[in-house]
Design a protein around this ligand. Structure first.
Ligand SMILES: Cc1ncc(C[n+]2csc(CCOP(=O)(O)OP(=O)(O)O)c2C)c(N)n1
Ligand SMILES: [Mg+2]
Length: 366
């Protein structure tokens, strides 16, 4: 497993940007040890194991893409802390609305990892059970998942349920009309929803300074009348605590929260992207010291909560799990052409009826 990471609390590139974010790993060492001990060994290990599984999934997916087993893939290298922290801070009854970037969070809800891998293989077996897992399908159109989450949250409140919805998004998504409409409606109706924006400072090739004139995305919250909170997005413990607090607020009937997880996109936008064309590889590499798994390893070992061997074993177990999931992909039969419209329409239009769709036939050359 690729592990980088600086000693916790070190001054590193981006430190100014992290100033004022809520953090555990950025605390002075005595307070950091105290905060980690307060969370307890079993929770910190659970959070670490969740990050390790997400990392292993991501690494396996990139390998499978390079082998031609799956199609283009949006890696989330470096964003495991936000994803693991947020999922574990919620309850199973709470709803997740992931984007392409959080494409495997459903695995942390108990979905077999081959399911999201099959999604990127274009196989219908890659559609997870939305109702059972309380996780919406991965959303590729930027920002359209925000109003969906508001609807789910508002609906659950009208039904008298105490569930919360969490919508993920990126810095770029906050420029979309859907983001504005969702935030506004959520605040007006006090929907129990969390907008979790991972500010990785890039929207494909568009840097943050060309995306918005605000320096802090969380500042946008005041325009809607909801709290805006900034959290160290490379710190799984801080992300966990921030989401837990926002969820508690939502459950108390106090409405939505905008959470900005401050970070940097350590990798490319996806496997089809070549970032050196639009950003300087040297300055990008300077951010590697924030890589969340290496950072957590150092802090947990330092706090005496785990040994590095124990943490390495969690990484190795996760890698084995994801390798096995990848090996199973070829066992799933290719879909038939008739399935192209399945789950698209309630009643399949006659133009797409089974009798009108035929398996492609190939003429022999020559
Ligand atoms: C409505 C819409 N417009 C454009 C795109 C193309 N697109 C895919 S990802 C992306 C960038 C999104 O950036 P950001 O919100 O910061 O999320 P990140 O990819 O960094 O996680 C764009 C423009 C799209 N998928 N949907
Ligand atoms: Mg982004």
């Amino acid at each position: 497993m690729r592990e980088l990471g600086a000693a916790s609390g070190d001054l590193a590139p981006g430190a100014e940007l992290m100033e004022g974010t809520s953090t555990v790993l950025g605390l002075p060492s005595d307070r950091r040890r105290e905060a980690l001990a307060g969370l307890g060994r079993s929770l910190v290990l659970e959070l670490f194991a969740a990050m390790a599984r997400l990392r292993a999934f991501d690494e396996r997916a990139v390998i499978l893409q390079r082998q031609g087993v799956i199609g283009t893939y949006p890696t989330y290298f470096g964003e495991e802390a936000v994803q693991a922290g947020s999922v574990l801070a919620l309850e199973d009854r709470d709803w997740l609305f992931p984007t392409y970037r959080q494409n495997s969070v459903v695995v942390l809800r108990g979905c077999p990892p081959e399911v999201p891998l099959l999604l990127w293989r274009g196989n219908p077996a890659g559609w997870h059970d939305v109702q059972a897992l309380h996780t919406a399908p991965v959303c590729v159109p930027v920002a359209t998942n925000y109003p969906h989450a508001v609807g789910a949250a508002w609906g659950s409140r009208l039904l008298g349920e105490a569930s919360v919805a969490l919508a993920y998004g990126g810095d770029g998504s906050t420029s979309e009309g859907d983001f504005h409409e969702a935030c506004n409606l959520a605040a007006v109706v006090r929907a129990p929803v969390i907008f979790l924006v991972t500010n990785n400072q890039w929207a494909i090739s568009t840097p943050l300074r060309l995306q918005t004139r605000v320096e802090r995305i969380a500042d946008k919250a005041s325009a809607y009348g909801m709290p805006g909170v900034r959290v160290d997005g490379f710190d799984v413990f801080a992300c966990y605590l921030a989401v837990r607090e926002a969820a508690a607020r939502a459950r108390r009937g106090e409405g939505p929260t905008l959470l900005e997880a401050v970070g940097y996109r350590l990798g490319p936008h996806g496997t089809a992207d070549e970032p050196s064309i639009y950003r300087d590889p040297e300055s990008a590499r300077r951010w590697d010291v924030w890589e969340p798994i290496g950072r957590a390893v150092k802090a947990l070992v330092d706090a005496g909560l785990a040994s590095s061997d124990e943490l390495a074993k969690l990484g190795a177990d996760a890698a084995a799990e994801m390798r096995a999931a990848g090996d199973r992909l070829q066992d799933f039969p290719l879909p038939s052409i008739g399935e192209v419209a399945t789950r698209v329409y309630k009643d399949t239009p006659w133009t797409l009826g089974a009798d009108r769709l035929r398996e492609p036939t190939f003429r022999e050359e020559g």
